[in-house]
Write a new protein. Structure first.
Length: 214
């Protein structure tokens, strides 16, 4: 399968899911947990601009808003229908249909990048992570949520297993190895569960030298 075919299939699956995506208590609860995790970090004080990659219906950005965040909210997603749903809930945010590996933002545009349950869907997650490093400002951070355990029977609307690769992100050690080439280190983690799925929430910090530049 080519990259274009992979992306088209994922886009179509999430277009279909868009009207009912917010019905998932797991996704709503996880978004709230990610926002609470981010706000608990002293290193994230002074954040003015947040980019949420694979934003879906904007649940993470909405959780930031509900925590009282008053800065700029930006989200990108491959699915036009997901973005349409996000716009209904976040009229003041910048919400763009885009490939996560080709972000149309200038270098050093954001203080924080978030990506929640998206990395396993990307055909080239390393390219997406490199884009986070590029668009982050000095001392910027990223926050991810990735599956430690995943029960496909609970996610019948998710793409089939051939489209999902959790292995680069399914432990602190694997995540650290995956993000290191882009200049990130794992600064802080916690685990979250809804009683069935278990996820790793991680704060990623750029090294003092930043990401390698081409």
């Amino acid at each position: 399968m080519t990259d274009d075919e992979h992306l088209r299939a994922v886009r179509d699956r999430f277009d279909d899911r868009a009207p009912t995506y917010d019905d998932s208590a797991m996704h709503r609860g996880l978004a709230a947990a990610v926002a609470a995790f981010a706000f608990a970090s002293a290193e994230l004080d002074g954040v003015d601009a947040v980019l949420d990659v694979a934003t879906g219906t904007g649940l993470v950005l909405r959780a930031f808003r509900d925590h009282g965040f008053a800065g700029a909210l930006t989200g990108v997603d491959l699915s036009p229908r997901m973005i349409d749903e996000a716009r209904r809930h976040l009229p003041g945010a910048e919400l763009i249909v885009a490939d996560a590996t080709r972000l149309a933002f200038a270098d050093a545009s954001f203080d924080l990048v978030t990506c929640v349950t998206g990395l396993q869907l990307f055909p080239h997650p390393d390219a997406a992570i490199a884009e986070w490093a590029r668009v982050l400002r000095p001392r910027g951070r990223a926050v991810t949520a990735t599956f430690l355990s995943f029960d496909p029977s609970r996610h019948r609307a998710a793409p089939p297993p051939g489209f999902l690769d959790h292995s680069p992100f399914d432990s602190v050690e694997h995540l650290a190895d995956t993000v290191a080439p882009a200049g990130f280190r794992v600064a802080r983690t916690e685990t979250w569960t809804d009683g069935a799925d278990e996820l790793l929430i991680a704060e990623l910090a750029l090294s003092s030298a930043g990401a390698p530049r081409s």
